[in-house]
Design a protein around this ligand. Structure first.
Ligand code: SF4
Ligand code: SF4
Ligand code: FES
Length: 536
């Protein structure tokens, strides 16, 4: 992946664009320089995260003193340069290039999955809008081509920009796509003997400016303009890629990457995109006592009663690297107030085979770093024990009661057998092998249903936002903790107002040194994608 990080003191170049002066670092291209003035130049093949082959000629501008129009994506700024982006020559060239691009395009927008977020549609509306002059048959190319496990190609819609080829070569570092044939017969195809099956393959769908590459998972599931977008962070691993949750009427349809130069640049892995599917799988929507559905009130009273019946020195809490900082902090705070000293840290076991030097981390939890610093700050460095010790303590009888946060607690057979004899309060979004072994199961909200923060592997604290409502009686872990803690006589007040993730974060900043300079981030209401113009 190219590193666009500018040097600390870049040499600045001064130029004029449409009569306005701007100063940009040396090496910047004219297209990006124009952006700094709010001037939008049309383009297809350029992508700020990829190399620039200048193949589409959609971004032509006039540079005074040069006889021919220049591709702004490929032309570096020069001192004293005078650029025109709206001269008659440029406007004509722009419309002519669009007409040329559309000569063999099927214009099947009504049945195209990209309609509503297609760059070609947007450009035609903005820069051309004239009727087609094509009165001959169009060149036909393969349709519904199965390129790999996730992606389908419609070669007729392809405008030959090569972005998808470059994403594979430069981001995934695997040469899986290339062009075949020449002229108006040119078409995208897989490289000889290859399939489009790299772990980052769905980034090709994001960068495709048209509906040529579509995701098998999303195609025909929902029209883009009906979706709302909520900014969040992927819960698939410790990298914490910034993403957008696309949802409508309480259902999540896809996760797509959101630009963050410091974390994931423009990309996400395929596995991370599919984490939304786990949310609705085997959901717990109502409390259960001993496996039987119960009212929330009864379940909370039962949970408090069971925990109160265990001597404090034999009671343990399990923090979870799958839960937010706010959830972990609040359970740790309540545990400390109760005098509990057995603290464990659970989460999904690592998957070393998935780690690479692009984005994917072996740690498949979004908040290992956050849960650890919280435990260190509240109980002392290194005091939180891992799941190996949790297994040993359950089997050996060192703990008689547990208050567990989140799913994915790796218990072995011996500990599982012993667990049935313990008093266990289990807050989980999902049903799993623990559900019928615990005293009481409480329905918790998942990461897509709560506000809060995760701390990624580099220690960056990032905001997750509630995109959809939790099912049934499920609610954030910290609310469940508060409802039980109140019944145990613990003061659960946080600040002067209501108990919210924001209030917990504010308190945590004073209690956990690693959060001192972190920010909870701004509020962001979901935006309907119809107002987001185009994607790709
Ligand atoms: S499939 Fe899409 S991204 Fe790939 S070359 Fe064609 S238009 Fe460009
Ligand atoms: S690399 Fe990790 S955080 Fe990024 S998209 Fe993949 S699973 Fe999610
Ligand atoms: S965007 Fe500049 S030539 Fe394609």
């Amino acid at each position: 992946m190219p590193d666009p990080t500018p040097p600390a003191h870049p040499e600045l170049v001064t130029l004029k664009i449409d009569g306005r002066t701007c100063q940009v670092p040396k090496g910047t291209n004219v297209l990006e320089a124009a952006r700094t003035l709010g001037t939008s130049i049309s383009y297809f093949c350029y992508h700020p995260g990829l190399s620039s082959p200048a193949v589409c000629r959609q971004c032509l501008v006039e540079v005074k003193g040069q006889p021919k129009l220049a591709p702004s994506c490929y032309t570096p700024v020069a001192e004293g340069m005078d650029v025109l982006t709206e001269s008659e020559k440029v406007v004509t060239a722009r419309a002519q290039m669009l007409e040329f691009t559309l000569v063999n395009h099927p214009v099947d927008c009504p049945i195209c999955d990209k309609a509503g977020e297609c760059t070609l549609q947007k450009m035609y509306q903005e820069w051309d809008g004239s009727p087609s002059r094509v009165d001959t048959g169009k060149v036909h190319k393969p349709k519904v081509v199965d390129l790999g496990p996730e992606i389908v190609l419609d070669a007729e819609r392809c405008i030959l920009c090569t972005r998808c080829i470059r994403v594979c070569d430069e981001v995934a570092k695997e040469h899986q796509l290339e062009m075949a044939y020449r002229g108006d017969r040119e078409q995208l195809t897989v490289a000889p003997g290859k399939r489009l099956d790299n772990p980052y393959s769905l980034n090709t769908v994001d960068v495709c400016p048209v509906g040529a590459l579509t995701s098998k998972d999303f195609r025909f599931a929902m029209r883009a303009w009906e979706l709302y977008t909520t900014p969040s962070v992927c819960a698939g691993c410790a990298t914490g890629c910034n993403d957008e949750v696309h949802h409508a009427r309480g259902k999540i349809y896809r996760l797509v990457p959101r630009e963050n130069e410091a974390v994931n640049k423009f990309w996400m892995c395929d596995e991370g995109r599919f984490t939304y599917k786990e949310i609705d799988t085997a959901r717990v929507a109502a409390p259960r006592i001993g496996g039987e559905t119960s009212s929330m009130d009864k379940a909370l009273a039962f949970a408090a009663e069971r925990l109160a019946g265990v001597p404090r020195e034999l009671l343990g809490v399990v923090l979870n690297a799958q839960a937010t900082n706010e959830d972990n902090y609040f359970l740790a705070k309540v545990a400390k107030a109760l005098g509990i000293t057995h603290v464990y840290l659970a989460g999904r076991p690592p998957k070393p085979e998935r780690a690479d030097d692009v984005l994917r981390s072996a740690d498949v939890n979004p908040n290992t770093a956050g849960a650890r610093v919280i435990a260190n700050a509240l109980f002392g460095a290194g005091k939180a024990k891992g799941t190996q010790q949790l297994n040993a303590d359950i089997a050996g009888g060192s703990v008689r009661g547990l208050w567990i946060l989140g799913d994915h607690v790796a218990l072995d057979d011996e500990a599982l057998a012993a667990l049935a004899k313990l008093d266990v309060v289990y807050q989980s979004p999902h049903d799993n092998f623990l559900s019928d072994k615990v005293s009481v199961l409480l329905p918790a909200a998942s990461w897509a249903e709560v506000h809060g923060t995760f701390t990624n592997a580099k220690g960056l604290v990032q905001r997750v936002r509630a995109a959809v409502e939790p099912p049934g009686e499920a609610r954030p872990h910290y609310e469940l903790v508060a409802l039980i803690a109140k019944r145990l006589g613990v003061d659960v007040s946080v600040g002067a107002g209501a108990l919210t993730a924001k209030a917990l974060f504010a308190e945590m900043k004073g209690a956990v040194p690693e959060f001192a300079s972190a920010s909870f981030g701004r509020e962001a209401l979901p935006i309907q994608l119809r107002f987001a113009a185009s994607r790709g």
